[in-house]
Design a binder for this molecule. Structure first.
Ligand code: ADP
Ligand code: MG
Length: 547
């Protein structure tokens, strides 16, 4: 990665709009597809993550060139919205900018190129829609979409397993993402990851604490009654009184006695209703906590808001403002509550939910970075699977979609009689970067693959794409499919980003109004969000345009 990273840095001081896009694409190229190689990303603190996820690599790149940052930010925004296709988008941007450069050199105005690309992307959308086939949630295609999204991230068996647990979990919550939570726990093998049919409350990541459950993992409460209190739990005495003036030791004893009685009353009102688990959104007074545990009630305090609400819905319980408001109707129940130790941390697991179903995926990795990376991949997998299941339609992968787009746009170009026809032709050629790169990464000859692909598409086999082996095959038969939204949005983002870059003809540093800073070299050493303007040498001007 050294040479391209170097390129990204040196592109800094030139106004060259082509270099950064080309360098980003060159960096990501070898990671595309099922045969993608990994990159070792080392961040500023020295932590290392080995990945071939486009978004992670992109985050790890130190990009100084302003145009490079524009490109990266656009692709990042795409990744957040779509959840897949980061590398594809980066390669398309590089190729579109490169092609535009050639056209501009031949005398075409950048605006004509941008217009032509704009027309091309709308034809591309039509071509993809035509290629897409509908799926329904029970369709096996949803599973194929999930496994296509994670192909190449892990070994084939892990990819299949993750695709399966993701789709099964989604299915169990009717594809409602709010009822599926992901938890990343370091200190375990990828293979230790599991799907939990229930709610997992992290006791370390959040400040949730549980008293009296000990550290024994075998301790399970069967069919516990669950009560939820949305406020703090404190004894009424300390809650109600302002200042108590004590004049003699007897007075103090009386106050203590009063408090004791109030606390006993509180404990009785919980234990007396046969509550087994008291889930509190805020804190529980220490004395009360101890007494509750002694009375056989499991106190869970400072529960995260989303988990608190999920528990209420899952247990069919109603949260009340204070313990005094607890009545039979407010109480709920679950099949079991159990404590679990996970990778040096602890969690409690609520399962057998009578109310709304809930699923948790417990993802493991050797280090926090690896565990987080796993979570990121599964997150992407979730978003494409949901997309497909909600009737978005799917297209064949392996570059089949891009091959169809290429053909359709080239057809259109021949009927356009102005200069933008050249841009349409360039676009048609540019999108073939995806099948070409998939072939190259598979060790096949990209030109041979492209020729074979064209012939098959010409013969009407629009599902032909580049398989994992590098050979051209029917992608529907191979189970390589993606939501139509993925290639469509990749193309839209790429065209928008290329347009942004092509319209720039000069990068200006806003000059300081008066005096001093003429070193100009501070440009680009800082990016938005780093928040280190103050450390800049020479009194850097934070309003400089390129920042
Ligand atoms: P991105 O960041 O763009 O999603 P990926 O590395 O995930 O990049 O690669 C995605 C590309 O790989 C898509 O074009 C997809 O169709 C293709 N792909 C995924 N699995 C396979 C497979 N088994 N055979 C062929 N192509 C595949
Ligand atoms: Mg992908």
């Amino acid at each position: 990665m050294a040479s391209t990273t170097e390129e990204l840095r040196t592109a800094d001081r030139s106004d060259d709009p082509i270099g950064p896009g080309r360098a980003i694409a060159a960096t990501l190229r070898s990671t595309l597809g099922p045969n993608g190689l990994d990159k070792m990303v080392i961040d500023r603190s020295g932590s290392v993550v080995v990945t071939n996820t486009g978004a992670t690599v992109l985050d790890g790149l130190e990009i100084d060139a302003p145009i490079g940052r524009v490109i990266r930010d656009a692709i990042r925004a795409h990744a957040r919205h779509v959840g897949d296709g980061t590398t594809t988008t980066a390669l398309l941007v590089g190729e579109l900018i490169d092609a535009a450069d050639g056209l501009v050199e031949r005398g075409l105005h950048p605006t004509s190129v941008v217009d032509g690309y704009g027309r091309a992307v709308s034809h591309a959308g039509d071509a993809l829609r035509e290629l897409s086939v509908p799926v329904d949630p029970d369709d096996d295609r949803v599973r194929e979409v999930a496994s296509t999204a994670v192909t190449g991230r892990w070994d084939a068996a892990s990819a299949r397993r993750f695709a399966d647990i993701t789709v099964d979990a989604l299915d169990a919550v009717d594809y409602d993402a709010a009822r599926l939570t992901l938890h990343a726990y370091p200190g375990g093998e990828l293979a230790d990851s599991e799907r939990v049919n229930g709610i997992l409350v992290d006791l370390d990541g959040s400040s949730t604490t549980v008293d009296g459950f000990g550290t024994d993992d075998r301790r399970t409460l069967a069919d516990p009654t669950v009560a939820l209190v949305d406020g703090e739990v404190t004894p009424p005495a300390t809650e109600a009184s302002g200042t108590v003036t004590v004049r003699n030791p007897d007075g103090l004893a009386a106050v203590r006695e009063h408090e004791r009685a109030a606390r006993d009353g509180l404990i009785r009102s919980v234990a007396g209703r046969d509550v087994d688990v008291l889930v509190c959104q805020k804190s529980i007074d220490d004395g009360v906590k101890t007494d509750l545990a002694r009375a056989g009630v499991l106190p869970v305090e400072r529960t995260r808001r989303d988990e608190f609400d999920a528990i209420a819905r899952a247990a069919d319980a109603t949260a009340v403002a204070a313990v005094a408001d607890l009545d039979r109707d407010a109480l709920g129940t679950v099949g079991s509550v159990r404590r679990r130790s996970v990778g040096g941390g602890a969690a409690i697991e609520l399962s057998g939910l009578p109310g709304e179903s809930h699923e948790s995926l417990l993802l493991r990795g050797g280090t926090p970075h690896v565990a987080e990376e796993t979570k990121r991949i599964v997150d992407d997998c979730l978003s494409v699977a949901r997309h497909a299941a909600r009737g978005g339609g799917v297209v064949p992968g392996g570059g089949a979609g891009m091959a169809a787009v290429s053909r359709a746009v080239a057809d259109r170009a021949s009927s356009v009689d102005d200069r933008s026809a050249l841009a349409l032709d360039a676009f048609a050629e540019a999108v073939t970067v995806i099948p070409r790169t998939l072939a190259r990464n598979a060790g096949a000859d990209p030109i041979d693959a492209l020729v074979a692909l064209r012939n098959r598409h010409h013969a009407g086999e629009t599902a032909a794409g580049v398989a994992r082996s590098g050979a051209v095959e029917n992608m529907f038969d191979a189970g390589v499919v993606e939501p139509v939204a993925v290639p469509a949005r990749c193309l839209e983002t790429a065209v928008r980003t290329a347009g942004l870059v092509l319209r720039v003809d000069e990068t200006l540093d806003a000059e300081p109004i008066e005096g001093g800073d003429d070193d100009g070299g501070h440009r680009g050493h800082d990016h938005a969000g780093d928040g280190d303007h103050a450390h800049e040498s020479g009194g850097g001007y934070p309003w400089a345009l390129s920042h």
